[in-house]
Design a protein. Sequence first.
Length: 279
Amino acid sequence: MTMALADLVRHLNDLPSLPAVVMELLSSIDQEDADIAVLAKKLSHDQALTAKTLRLANATLNGLQVKVTTVQQALTFLGFQTTRNLITAAAVTGCFPQGRCPGFDDKAFWRHSIATAVCCQVIARRVRYSQDIAFTAGLLHDIGRLVLVTADPDTYAAVMAYKRSHDSAVLEAERAVMGVDHVDAGVALGQRWHFSDTMTTAIAYHHDPDAPGAGMLATIVHVANAIVHALDVAREEDELVPAVSSAAWTALGLNEEACLHVFRETELQFEEITLILMG
């Protein structure tokens, strides 16, 4: 059964909503300035989100002899951009229902997304791009898959069956079975959740970084996605490593030494963050 894009957009009405404070953060991700006190006050109304954010903050600060006990402290020690990352990660990873689609491994999905976020951050540091924006883009790059799973779990189970029987990429299986793919769904969700244009563009082009207007963020996500598939951190059966654009690879200047550094840093940082976000 194929799904028209219009049907997909209608299904978005059935999705859970992000907390208002997180929607606000995602829509303003390109803005450097913010009222820290207002943000801390808004977040304090969501105790579960606050608790997860503080656990992440303390993991991020584990090299320092300091214990963060309030969002205000996290903002002080980590800065606005990094704290915004942590809040977004804490909210998004707990937002979608799990276990509804046979053949779709929710835990593997989030392991891959979190590892891609970490890898994006490591690459961004090397190429002097905003690490915080890169982290969030990596975390959200495949969010459209969850939209499709939530909208029609039975049909997405057929997508996963098609992928296995044809040994194909997820994108190809989605198009063959559903008529839309997770890029379409991710862009539609980004518009509904008021993602910034920067974030929506990265989601739209992370499989096609050579397209006009794709931008550096899509390039970073594209390469990080492939690296994480190669590292097999999701522990998914029959995981395929997608082809990497040679232009994207060249643009990031990743020689052999740089690659080894990216691999090592991604694996080192990923496990602790995953335990907190998925715990």
